[in-house]
Design a protein around this ligand. Structure first.
Ligand code: HEM
Length: 161
């Protein structure tokens, strides 16, 4: 997992994203469909709703930093277990949204590109490294869920919409 220093870098850069929250999804989807136009059909026609989902996704990623080590223990209820939440999210992406496994790479690249554009100089190499690591950890857990497809819990409570 990420070190406390890396988590701190993500939290402070997230505070800079909040004021430009309207711009970030515009940048993200424009870039995503430039680099990977084949993924446009995966998303609904109305990108306005989708843009809110991107912010929900980012909030989810940042909020996951606040889950304590206890959230990773076996005794916690399935709906509170971070690993299960991520695996179930990955399963939804695979089964419901039908995203290909290789799309995680380009989406990660576009996320980093967007933060770089949006934050400018504040997006230092160390901040970039921390976000890259966080995306890698989360997408790896999601891909495990997509492969196993044995996880079945309600995400509604856990993911901000
Ligand atoms: C770290 C990786 C990702 C996270 C945390 C994430 C998170 C989310 C969340 C929270 C939603 C809202 C619905 C739900 O809770 O199921 C969503 C929907 C969606 N995501 Fe992702 N996502 C990730 C990666 C990807 C990738 C790689 C793609 C590939 C293009 C993708 C495509 C979609 C699509 C198509 C939808 C649903 C659109 C609809 O409403 O029909 N996501 N994602």
């Amino acid at each position: 997992m990420l070190s406390d220093v890396e988590k701190g870098r993500i939290r402070s850069s997230w505070r800079l994203v909040v004021p430009i929250a309207e711009t970030v999804p515009d940048l993200f989807y424009r870039r995503l469909f430039e680099l990977a136009p084949q993924y446009r059909v995966l998303f609904p026609d109305d990108l306005a709703r989708q843009k809110r989902k991107l912010l929900a996704m980012l909030k989810f990623v940042v909020a996951s930093l606040d889950w304590t080590a206890d959230d990773w223990k076996e005794e916690v209820a399935p709906s509170d277990d971070l690993a299960l939440i991520l695996m179930a999210l990955g399963r939804r992406h695979h089964e419901l949204y039908r995203i290909p496994d290789e799309s995680y790479a380009v989406v990660g690249e576009v996320l980093i590109w967007t933060l770089d554009k949006g934050l400018g100089q504040a997006f230092t190499p160390r901040v970039r490294e921390a976000w890259t690591k966080l995306y890698d950890v989360i997408s790896a857990s999601m891909r495990i869920g997509a492969q196993g497809a044995t996880v079945d819990i309600d995400l509604g409570r856990s993911v901000a919409r």
